[in-house]
Design a protein around this ligand. Structure first.
Ligand SMILES: [Ca+2]
Ligand SMILES: [Ca+2]
Length: 653
């Protein structure tokens, strides 16, 4: 911890020294209104980094913005396509579409990333570690995805230790209707209909999406006994109604319903196939938001209320491979979230954000296993838990191009008591040398999940532990971004995060706060467009993720991963080539006891997308994923799709 703090102090000191060296020059920063206008056009706005609308160039936090029109249509079914371009982010899925997915931001666990829809969390309260369920991944009404890296509990509370993925829905600006769809190999198909209507002070958004795939076998078909493909289907419906009686007030109500069906296998590795194991999920999400501006527009208030309900049912009857053996399970959860955010414009260059948020979660589950050699049952009766948080952040533009941001948060939980978190961020723009420097420090916490607290003991010993403390982390990052003329921009960010009190399960002893981990690394990003029709984007992440208890590398995280995107435009054609390299990763082979460490081979996966614009309203595309049919595993024993072909259209009606 000491070393971490000293690194933190050194980085901040370095930044301050640099600031003072450059300060005399900085006084000539002031730019004309025209330049300011240009800046606004060229700089995208993000909202997740500070809870305030901020040009991405001024955000000190490491953030990636993905816009709907830049995402391939196929990313609804294959979320790996969405995460492939964000430095520091590694995504993996067990088997085919809809299989259990994990997002590792800066090497942390999947449960350490908070997923949100318009700022309200959607992680699953009844999953053992409270991670996001990728069965429920949907881009309905979503216009932008913001991926924020680094500890963010000061802004978003529990679970935002490694970062945040915020799915942001559209704000309709004009009447429009659109349809899109694709078909592909493995009987993959998807159809989408979208409608936006504005009538006086009212607006309506509607989105319907239906997708399915016959998939691949979850248990890797390269091993004996795994021939049965595991399909996935998902249907989703989303509405958003807005009412804006004046320029100072607005009201919006959003509701989403989603259902999915996923085929599962018993385990990865040889003879893991199960021909009739099925998981069905239902998910409802409601979000009501009131927004108002007072005191001459200087005080903005936003009250958001969210309610989500999810139901998951597993059914695995006996079959030829598993005679007399069957499983049944259900998982139910409800999450209520209220967030009251206030933005107070203290001065033209100083905005204070303060607010209260509250979450109440409830869940229950049941699991039963029957076999000729004995039965097993585990019943998790309905439990609930509440978390109340107060947050405060000040954003102060000390100088044009020099912004300091500091925040504090206090949370209260009825079992473990209090958690304090903090965050500081500094962004310094140096337009004279076309560069900027940014640094953040922050802490995070994660409340123990319902299951970790309350799971009743079974025949093997205790599971839940009422005395668990929150998981904690402390991290910093430091980045430099430099442009060379109009055509080349490079960015380099180093980071380090230490995790303690990590909740781990010990067989026969239950959950305990004994884990410690260290993640550190380097994220780099490059954008080049030397030729008019040709653009190159590349990101490379170097990562060290270590379990400090066992002094071993955390499994399934590559030390190096690289993503290269070439984009070529010619008249109505656009060709995109993606190259993703993942370095060797360690994993555990659970098919033997005790599990043995194995190394998963490095892999390079190439994707191609050819888009053809028929006219202003219609376009067609052909996409090939894993062009060279590379064989690789992301999780030992589980399959990954080989070469996959899809073709589809986008139509503005
Ligand atoms: Ca299978
Ligand atoms: Ca079965």
């Amino acid at each position: 911890m000491k070393r971490n703090l000293s690194a933190l102090v050194v980085s901040q000191f370095f930044l301050l020294v640099l600031f003072f060296i450059l300060a005399p020059k900085a006084s000539s920063f002031s730019c004309t209104e025209e330049e300011e206008q240009q800046r606004k056009i060229h700089h995208e706005i993000v909202v997740t980094a500070t809870r305030l609308e901020t040009p991405i160039q001024e955000a000190a936090s490491a953030i990636t913005l993905l816009k709907k029109e830049e995402l391939p249509l196929t990313s609804t079914l294959f979320p790996n396509l969405l995460f492939r371009q964000a430095p520091g982010v590694f995504f993996l899925q067990a088997g085919s579409a809809g299989g259990p997915g994990s997002v590792f931001i800066r090497g942390a666990g999947s449960e350490h990333t908070l997923f949100m829809i318009d700022g309200l969390e959607i992680n699953d309260p009844i999953s053992p570690a409270r991670s996001f369920n990728f069965n429920l991944f949907s881009l309905g009404l979503v216009e932008r995805v913001e991926i924020l890296r680094g500890p963010q509990s000061t802004l978003y509370g529990s679970d935002a230790l490694a970062g945040v993925v915020n799915l942001i829905t559209s704000e309709p600006e004009k009447n429009e209707a659109a349809a899109s769809g694709f078909i592909g190999t493995s009987r993959t198909r998807m159809g989408n209909f979208y409608l936006a209507q504005i009538y006086r002070k009212f607006s309506l958004l509607f989105d319907f999406n239906s997708s399915a795939t016959a998939g691949i076998s979850a248990a890797n078909s390269l091993y004996p006994g795994n021939s049965e493909p595991d399909g996935f289907e998902q249907h989703s419906l989303a509405f958003k109604v807005g009412y804006k009686p004046s320029s100072s007030f607005s009201l919006s109500w959003q509701t989403r319903a989603l259902s999915s069906r996923t085929d599962l296998d018993t385990f990865g590795g040889p003879y893991g196939d199960d021909p009739n194991s099925v998981q069905k999920t239902r998910f409802y999400f409601n979000r009501l938001e009131l927004k108002g501006r007072f005191w001459n527009q200087r005080w903005e208030q936003k009250l958001a209320f969210g309610l989500q309900i999810s139901r998951r049912d597993n059914d695995n009857p006996s079959d030829d491979y598993h005679p007399g053996e069957s499983e049944q399970a259900f998982y139910r959860s409800r999450l209520i979230k209220i967030d009251w955010q206030n933005n107070l414009l203290l001065a033209a260059n100083n905005t204070l954000v303060f607010g209260v948020d509250f979450r109440q979660e409830q869940g229950s589950s049941f699991y039963a296993y029957f076999s000729p050699w004995g039965d097993y049952q585990s019943n998790f009766p309905s439990k609930e838990s509440g978390l109340l948080g107060f947050y405060l952040q000040d954003q102060w533009k000390l100088w044009p191009g020099f912004t300091v941001n500091a925040g504090l948060r206090f949370d209260h939980h009825k079992k473990f008591g209090q958690a304090f978190t903090f965050r500081t961020a500094v962004n310094l723009e140096l337009p004279e040398i076309q560069a900027r420097i940014k640094a953040t420090t922050g802490s995070g916490f994660k409340a123990p999940s319902l299951y970790q607290l309350y799971a009743p003991e079974d025949i093997f010993g205790p599971i839940g532990n009422l005395y668990l403390l929150p998981e904690r982390n402390l991290g910093w990052d430091f980045g430099v971004e430099k442009s060379f003329g109009q055509h080349l921009t490079l960015s380099l960010t180093c980071f380090e995060t230490r995790y303690r009190n990590l909740i781990q399960f010990y067989f026969g002893a239950g959950y305990k706060n004994l884990g410690r981990a260290l993640t550190r690394g380097l994220e780099s990003f490059l954008v080049a467009n030397f030729l008019e029709n040709f653009a190159l984007q590349a990101s490379w992440t170097h990562l060290q993720a270590e379990d400090l208890e066992t002094r071993t590398a955390l499994i399934r995280r590559p030390k190096d991963f690289l993503s290269v995107n070439l984009n070529f435009k010619y008249r109505a054609f656009r060709l995109e080539a993606w190259l993703n390299y993942l370095g060797p990763r360690q994993d555990l082979n659970y098919s033997i006891f005790p599990p043995e460490r194995v190394t998963l081979k490095a892999a390079t996966i190439t994707n191609l997308l050819l888009n053809f614009e028929l006219n202003k309203r219609a376009s067609l595309f052909i996409e090939i994923q894993n062009l060279f049919n590379t064989r690789y595993e992301l999780i030992y024993g589980y399959g990954t799709p080989g070469a996959t072909f899809s073709s589809g259209f986008r139509l503005k009606l």
